[in-house]
Design a protein around this ligand. Structure first.
Ligand code: SAH
Length: 476
């Protein structure tokens, strides 16, 4: 190991920063965050530095560095723009065995300041030993996305319970207890901001440990329209830790591949005419799995609260006292419109946008056609394929011009995406001619004309197999 990492307690310890420019700003800021009693030596300081130090525990000496400045310091940072001065400060500090950092030059001085992911009290420091500060920053960004912002709170509550757990459980069981708690519902409750529920759960777990079962949790997660890059960080995290996954046919294969490979998988996909698993059975299944103490991932295409029956599923959970979380996903309208280069609103063409279903529970389409046929708006039809004839006729009958541009976006955001452009009048013929299959989204409105100019996503359609589990020409 080239460098030995340590985490210093700087509270009220005297630290010296020499230099008042841009590079010094960041160091001063982080030293102050760590509670240091700072001396800043620099004839001039930036306006930003002035803001950083105002009202803080800082003595600013507006002059050049003198050798005596090092006296009594616990830590020194040389951050002037003069390499000669920095080297001089470093050698003075070294001679007195005071740790010294020279900014932007790891070859001089005795320590380097790492890139930090701060979830205090959890702190992750990354160093490449000065070889590549950019790489260190990139690694830090990756960790930032992977570690919940509430990780610090999690550590805090864990600390609260350390002694309680110590008293309650013999040493041999403690580690397993914490391992289970920290990768399970307890941690998720803290991440979701339910700290009191998390404490209650920990109490229950302690009372029941090691034999009793505690209640699991259901994560109702939107998986987005298909492209795995459109998943949220939270969706990915929950996908990777669930014990069981309940999913249907609108979740793309590439996304399923990213879930915990050891999780049990239950397919409840349904097709319009052939309900594989009726909705109330799915609702009951989720309750039953959670009662077995499992972390249940209910993965839905797009957003669970947009034509996703997410509301119905969590109603049953709420009635049965099963804890749940809802994670929004990018809905098909957002995903498909972006990837087809069709903005849903535009100051010149559409001042509002409506999401409508092209398929109702009883098979009819009973929509407010007068409202949907108004000009200057975009109408997005989900599940519109089988009803396309009715949609086309009704819009025209209620006054929307047959020439209004319309688009069919098939398997939007996936490598199989196809966009078919027509008009309100030609939509039924377009469906026949293009052989388009579900899932397909229909966008109606003048904004569709922008596709010609704004389309940018052109995947090579070498992936012939559908991204979706089955792909009949009926609606998902
Ligand atoms: N909850 C989902 C919608 C479920 S309804 C969401 O928020 O997106 C199912 C309908 O969504 C399909 O019939 C289709 O119209 C649309 N859809 C979902 N994913 C799609 C995709 N990748 N491409 C095109 N349409 C899609």
């Amino acid at each position: 190991m080239d460098r030995f990492p340590v985490f210093l307690d700087l509270h009220n310890r005297p630290c010296l920063v020499v230099g008042g420019g841009k590079v010094a700003e960041r160091k001063v800021d982080s030293l102050l965050n760590a509670g240091a009693a700072l001396t800043l030596v620099s004839p001039e300081i930036t306006a930003e530095m002035d803001i950083i130090i105002s009202g803080q525990n800082v003595q600013h000496h507006a002059r050049l560095f003198t050798d005596n400045d090092i006296n009594g310091q616990f830590l020194v940072v040389a951050a002037t723009n003069n390499p000669g001065v920095n080297a001089h400060i470093a050698s003075l500090a070294d001679a007195r065995n005071v740790p010294v950092n020279v900014v932007n030059d790891a070859s001089v001085g005795s320590f380097i300041i790492p890139s930090v992911v701060d979830r205090s009290p959890v702190t992750i420091a990354i160093s490449t030993g000065g070889a590549s500060p950019v790489l260190a920053r990139q690694l830090r960004m990756r960790l930032e996305t992977m570690i919940s912002p509430q990780c610090g709170e999690l550590a805090g509550i864990t600390e609260e319970y350390r002694d309680i757990v110590k008293k309650r459980l013999p040493e041999a069981q403690r580690k397993t207890f914490w391992e289970q708690a920290l990768k399970g519902t307890f941690a998720e409750l803290v991440y979701a901001g339910h700290e009191d529920d998390a404490r209650r759960l920990l109490d229950e777990m302690l009372a029941a440990y090691p034999n009793g079962k505690t209640m699991g949790e259901v994560y109702l997660v939107g998986a987005g329209p298909g492209d795995p890059d459109l998943l949220t960080f939270k969706a990915l995290r929950l996908m990777q830790q669930a014990d069981v996954m309940v999913y249907d046919r609108l979740v793309s294969k590439s996304i399923l591949d990213m879930a915990n490979q050891r999780a049990e998988r239950i397919y409840v996909g349904k097709e319009k005419a052939n309900h594989a698993v009726p909705q109330d059975k799915i609702n009951d299944l989720l309750v039953e799995l959670a009662k077995q103490g499992k972390r249940v991932l209910r993965l839905k295409g797009g957003d669970p609260f947009i034509f996703g029956r997410g509301g119905e599923e969590i109603e049953t959970l709420a009635e049965n006292g099963v804890p749940f979380q809802v994670v929004p996903g990018i809905t098909a309208a957002s995903g498909c419109s972006s990837y087809a280069g069709i903005p849903l609103t535009h100051r010149d063409y559409a001042q509002s946008c409506t999401f409508a279903t092209g398929h109702l529970k009883d098979g009819t389409i009973d929509l407010n056609w007068a409202q949907l046929s108004q000009p200057n708006q975009t109408v997005v039809f989900y599940m519109g394929l089988t009803g396309i004839e009715v949609i086309s006729q009704k819009l025209q009958a209620f006054g929307r011009s047959g020439d209004t541009p319309a688009a069919l976006i098939e398997q939007g955001t996936t490598r199989n995406q196809r966009v078919h452009i027509g008009t309100v009048a030609t939509l039924p013929q377009l469906v026949k001619d293009s052989g388009v299959r579900a899932p397909t989204l229909t966008i109606v409105g003048e904004v569709v004309n922008l596709h010609d100019k704004l389309h940018w996503y052109e995947p090579q359609r070498h992936v012939i197999a559908s991204e979706f589990s089955r792909n009949p020409p009926v609606e998902a």
